[in-house]
Design a binder for this molecule. Structure first.
Ligand code: ADE
Length: 399
């Protein structure tokens, strides 16, 4: 059903002949995605893009280096995370881990603290895994081909192509959501960008457009165009170097593209969290290495069951996870947080230790810490907000 409404795909050969906004029938003056690099219109399009980039390129820290390691770190951070957020993380990460070897030897706690707040935490662990392989198999130097990079942990199609092109000048296109948006508009491609088949289609089109020897510039130009001009909402088409090549613009359909099937409804969970106080310390637990928020610390807690009160849920979860019996006090913090496939609302309660010996049933480690020591541990973003509320309201209190 979704596919029927989304994939109003017109064969490309039909698209080659179209009516312009002026209403004149045109015989393919526009760029076409097939055999992209061989079409003269596409050559002009790429030349216009590169000329624009030479003038308008954003000055970003990872563009001031040729060091493949530094470029790799930036490209991994930039997946799913905005440029402005990444910059301070990137700089701090490279101070802590200046070389592949230092990353390969990173301790869990230091690595996760350096990544704390960036999200998609498995990326940090994959970085270290890949660094270990690079040290063991490549003498500490990143391999230069897209194919060899693809074999490393955490390197998908995007990271392999971006590192290969930006660090090693390999002729391959790095296709992310921004790039798909630009290409879908320029070529009026109506494929559903959520679908893997569409991603492969955009990859083929972009690879065919790459100008020999300038893939890095081409990729960054498309990224910048997507981020600053061809934006999802309110694109500034008048400022676009590709305006005369853009089919969506010519057809007045810029706001219709790209097509994306609607996301399935996102589940929402309520979670009760217990901050257990004992002798001026609180209890924290280290999540398992694998899975969501792996290797991050948290307060014990879990999902609310049907017919259960939040306070009862808190008491049950603390007992199940840590073996401690507690008195549940005041709810001092409510935090909402979205993950890619679900949303949560955390309800954090003060809890007073009553009896039992803390044991880590599910977590890797469990530890009593002073409030002043919490900053030494890496927590998920939602727990950081609870910690901020806790410092304003640090003692056990009843409702
Ligand atoms: N997004 C992903 N890679 C990027 C880069 N090299 N520059 C700017 N934005 C990006």
């Amino acid at each position: 059903m979704q596919a029927a409404c989304l994939c109003r795909v017109r064969p490309f050969d039909k698209l080659h002949s179209f009516t312009t906004v002026e209403g004149m029938k045109s015989q393919s003056p526009m760029p076409t995605p097939h055999n992209a690099s061989r079409k003269p219109a596409n050559k002009k399009l790429v030349a216009a893009l590169l000329k624009w980039f030479a003038k308008e390129k954003r000055q970003l820290p990872w563009r001031a280096t040729r060091d493949p390691y530094q470029i790799w770190i930036a490209e991994v951070m930039l997946q799913q995370t905005r440029v402005a957020t990444v910059i301070p993380y990137y700089q701090r990460f490279l101070e802590i881990f200046p070389t592949v070897e230092s990353l390969a030897n990173a301790e869990d706690g230091v690595l996760m603290k350096a990544w704390e707040g960036l999200g998609y935490y498995a990326r940090a662990q994959y970085l270290r895994d890949a660094a270990q392989t690079i040290v063991a198999q490549y003498n500490g130097k990143l391999p230069t081909s897209r194919e060899a990079l693809l074999q490393l942990k955490g390197f998908g199609a995007y990271t392999s192509a971006s590192v290969a092109s930006l660090a090693f000048n390999q002729d391959c296109a790095a296709v992310d959501g921004n790039v798909m948006r630009v290409l879908s508009r320029v070529f009026a491609i109506e494929s559903d960008t959520r679908k893997p088949a569409a991603k492969r289609e955009f990859q083929r089109i972009a690879d065919a457009l790459v100008p020999t020897g300038s893939a890095g510039q081409f990729n960054e130009a498309l990224m910048d165009l997507g981020a600053t001009v061809c934006k999802p909402k309110k694109p500034t088409c008048e400022a676009c170097p590709l305006i005369r090549y853009c089919r969506a613009y010519q057809e007045g359909r810029v706001h219709e593209l790209p097509l994306r099937s609607p996301q399935r409804e996102i589940p929402h969970h309520h979670i009760a969290i217990g901050v257990v106080h004992k002798n001026g310390r609180v209890l924290i637990a280290l999540r398992p290495k694998e899975g969501l928020l792996g290797n991050l610390w948290e307060f014990p807690g879990g999902k609310l069951k049907a017919e259960e009160s939040l306070a009862d849920c808190c008491r049950r979860e603390v007992l199940e996870e840590t073996n401690l019996e507690v008195e549940v006090g005041k709810c001092f913090s409510v935090v909402r947080h979205s993950f890619s496939h679900f949303r949560i609302t955390l309800h954090a309660f003060h809890c007073r230790y009553e009896r039992g010996r803390a044991t880590s049933k599910w977590s890797q480690k469990i530890r009593w810490v002073k409030l002043s020591e919490l900053a030494d541990y890496a927590f998920p973003t939602a727990n950081k907000k609870i910690i901020a509320d806790l410092s304003a309201n640090p003692r056990f209190t009843r409702d």
